[in-house]
Design a binder for this molecule. Structure first.
Ligand code: THU
Length: 156
């Protein structure tokens, strides 16, 4: 019997270490939290997506009285991006979240369904999606969505 060890490199940095472009992406994700519709959880999530050609789109979580009908910010922006620009590869996803006390101290990480959808996006375009997770106390940067989903279910 063997034990498989699966690891991922996650860069942790602070806002001042980002370049100008990255700071703009973070701002876009933070701004998107204000467009969240989250009356049930009170948890506002914003996501920005960078497509080739430096196109930046945003989305936010959209909730519903029938809870499962809501949608996370990450998939909202990803499906929006892919339906607007099906031929443009996705280069980065940036996520920020806020509750009643403002932006979270620690980064918020995408749920399992969002990871699966992101992974398919990488496979579809044959290009890694860099993920930035914003928190006031630090920012995580993951170089590929695949690192967020070990032993992922891939195409069959
Ligand atoms: N949510 C997101 O939009 N993205 C995440 O990565 C985690 C959770 C949303 C779903 C729901 O509207 C609210 O946050 C509370 O779970």
């Amino acid at each position: 019997m063997d034990t498989l060890k699966i690891s991922a490199n996650i860069i942790k940095c602070v806002h001042s270490e980002l370049n100008l472009e990255e700071k703009e992406w973070i701002k876009a994700a933070c701004d998107a939290t204000y467009r969240s519709y989250s009356p049930y959880s009170g948890f506002r999530v914003g996501a920005a997506m960078v497509l080739e050609g430096s196109i930046v789109l945003t989305g936010s979580n959209q909730e519903n009285a029938a809870y499962p009908s809501g949608m996370c910010a990450e998939r909202t922006v990803l499906f929006y991006a892919n339906s607007l620009h099906p031929d443009l590869r996705v280069e980065a996803l940036i996520v920020a979240a806020a509750d009643g006390d403002g932006f979270t101290d620690n980064p918020v990480s995408p749920c399992g369904s969002c990871r699966q959808v992101l992974l398919e996006c990488e496979v579809r375009f044959g290009y890694p999606v860099r993920v930035y997770l914003y928190g006031k106390s630090g920012i995580y940067i993951i170089s590929s969505a695949r690192d967020l989903l070990p032993l992922a279910f891939d195409s069959f």
